[in-house]
Design a protein around this ligand. Sequence first.
Ligand SMILES: [Zn+2]
Length: 474
Amino acid sequence: MANWRRLECLKPERIRKLQDSLLKDFIKYQIPYHPYYRELFKKSKIKFSGIKTTNDLEKLPFTTKESIAPSKQEPKKFLDFILQPNRQLIKQHAAIDKKIKIIFNKKHIYHEYKPVHIHFTTGRSAMSVPVFYTPRDLQMLEESGRRMMDVLNVSDNSVVINAFPYAPHLAFWQAFYAIKGANLLSLNTGGGKILGTEKILRSIRSMKASLLAGMPGYLYHLVRAGKASKIDLSTVELVVFGGERVPMGLRDKVKGYLRNNGARILSTYAFTEGKTAWVECNEDSGYHLYPDFEYIEVVDKDGKRVGEGEKGEIVYTSLDWRGTVLLRYKTGDITNGIYYEKCRHCKRNLPRLGGNIERKSEYTEFRLTKIKGSFVNLNVFFPIMMANKDIEEWQIEIKKRNNNPYEIDELILYVAPRKNADIKRLKQSLKNRIFSETEVNPSIILVSLKELLGRLGMETELKEKRIIDSRKKL
Ligand SMILES: [Zn+2]
């Protein structure tokens, strides 16, 4: 891996050259160990030596979620995405100066290629896929964590509360390795389900925590509960969201509950297959990438690359990982653009992905009439509900009318309003906004905050149940 201090100030053209050379070596020396791509190159009649620059990547077909996801016929497809060198492949493909070292040194092979750590994807539609890390990958995960703390401008004496749910998911472990990499005092709480909100709040107070990291919905609940029980959260200087998209308006709501006016609220972006997370240095800076770890391109609907700052789908190519690696992987996530010019906040030259990234998977089919279904973008509820100052918590349930599977779909919106909210006005404004954005007319049911927190499973689930689909499949 490159020296971070040098990397962050490399000019864009130097970064491109570095990525070209890393990609060329990666394809030449590592991809021959990759069962899926070895086959794909053969089938598409592309030579390993045919990919010399990041522009040459366009010769390769995309890899999609379906390419990796287990199916009934191939339940262990994911194994084909792990680098698996053997004596013969090493003899054939390894760089001359490395051959002897690799073939005869078990310690080296284990360090570089032995899968030792697993994260699972969490997509709601496809079956989850395991992504494997080798010992070398874990060093990279720690290095990326150190880089995250640097971009976040976290000081050496920060005290961190990791409130990500304890699970074999990237979010918890990235936070763990970031804290470890930066040598910070920390408590890895496992979130509401593991340690419980009350104990986490007491830990923030007694440890004088300055940094909170966790899922947006949970951290909001945490600071609100802290304020309600009059716990002093004034030591918190930085809140870092991860694990899912941050709805517009939530940052302000969280800020409102913290007593420290100068507190910063920043966010990370990641997907399990990318093996690491990227972070903002400022609320509108975008996510700073690691150009020696991955190459990111943005493509339009037809799969053509778009220019700097143009909207499109994020496509990921691994440059220096081992274990599970992917080339031209279509994430399904839509960014408003990739940027190569100097960040105006931190002055780093690293490429950045524009914030406000939308995930395709959150569209769901919805039947407004008995005849045919249409798709409702469930993403739109998050900014509407999270930004509303009169709402404490909310949940959506999709049901069949009268629980009859042949009936049309109904949308029920459970709302815990804030004390002193003008209920009539709140209901009307919600109905209007939701109808104008989704053409669905929800029934709005008011419930107490306590009841809604129970429905959401804030203290009992790994992740709160924001949207429930109770429709029985026919
Ligand atoms: Zn920056």
